[in-house]
Design a binder for this molecule. Sequence first.
Ligand code: NAP
Length: 486
Amino acid sequence: MAERYQNYVNGTWTDATTGEVSTSTNPADLSDVVGEFQASNSADVDVAITAAHDVKESWRRTSSLARGGYLLKAASYLEANLEEYAQAVTRESGKAILESRGEVGRAIALLQYYGVEGANPVGAVVPSVNPNILLYTNRMPLGVISLITPWNFPIAIPIWKMAPALVYGNTIVLKPASATPHVATLIARMWEAVDLPEGVFNLVTGSGGAVGNELITNSKVAAISFTGSTRIGMNIAAESAKRGKRYQLEMGGKNPVIVLPDADLEQAAEITVSGAMKYSGQKCTATSRAIVVGNIIGEFTNMVVEKTNALKIGRGSDPDSIIVPVIDQASKDNIASMIARGVADGGSVLAGGGVPSGSTFDGGTFVEPTVINNVATDAYVACEEIFGPVLSILPAVDAEDALNVANSVDYGLSAGIFTRDLNSVLDFADRIEAGIVKINGETAGLEPQVPFGGMKSSSSGDREQGKAAIEFFTQSKTIYVDRSAT
Ligand code: NAP
């Protein structure tokens, strides 16, 4: 029988009032039930929010150095338990084990970065026109923050939100994706292990439909930080705005690379395939469109197809696997229907397009890595996020045309260009509508000490990570101290 896990509220492991549970399963083997998790409702969320609200003043008044100390202890705890956490990420999300270890490593780096941030200044002393006035700024926490997170980076994304939230003095309620609640309970266990004060971090599992509204509308919640699909994110924006709550949304992408005729084609093809196919394309920054300029398109396409066909499909627990199962059957069906729609719109499938056969794949949600060409630049498959291992190759007559194609979609998260020409690089970096720009690099694969976020429908609100996180997780206060009184 599957192990049963609880919510973590006010420093205590608790059952939901509903008395109901839901399960999560291993995408590589759907008969492997990871566990049973609390199917919470609004009342459970309210209890967690109240717990966070009750301690927000004491946490705010804890020195930021001490708050950072908890993060540094959590980093050490994760380091000591890296393998267990990485195996859990692979089992529940399907991710290749090497990438899961990298993800836990990233979570450690984030905790270390924001742990140290607890010792850094957050305000400034500013000259006043009046020499008797000490004029300075400070940064104040917001209070209780709801964190709503997706399944594709089940440890790194919650940590990159909660590390800055906590070090800057906020208390939090985390609602993880229903596909990856076990990893979230391991995050709670980490905070329990380092004796984070009760109520500062709270975990409530449950479906977005059942608990999402309370997390957004509860009057004790000051702000919402969300990562997930654009559809859900836009609804959170509307509901938050109605109530004057601060929100931060990181959403979908349709990330392009442009390949110019002077590029190192071998390098461009290698990096394009890696960006499109690793983790089966389930990264918000995955490469989804290769826009190729001029008559190199035939040679580039052949290279991409050859490299794609060589990718090993397998379970994430096999260290050689590159193409791992997608998160669930609904995602698998959606990818198949997107490919079919691409074909109906005139596209040709050059690699993949189906599901792999063989006993390794029978019990899981595997799809083949797929390359499509001949689709129009405005075809659905070339404009909408697929979140699977599917790359569209699109032609362009020159660099200007390629830039227009790259900018023609609603998303603007990450983008790359392959060229040796400095002027083309600078023009691209200036004009591409994307929050992350890679020159001769993969659209995915980012460092935690710099801002992360996109443009257009990919993001809304302040940037995450690096120094930028302080903008969302605090508010500025300006203090005038007049010392002229005798
Ligand atoms: P999703 O379906 O939008 O879910 C994200 C989170 O929102 C989950 O915890 C989900 O809970 C919750 N949710 C669902 N309905 C809700 C509601 N009505 N109110 C409040 N919360 C609700 O996205 P996903 O499938 O987990 O993740 C894939 C998407 O995330 C892709 O679009 C990807 O591009 C995006 N993403 C973006 C970034 C970035 O930084 N830009 C990073 C990673 C992923 P349930 O799981 O219970 O439905």
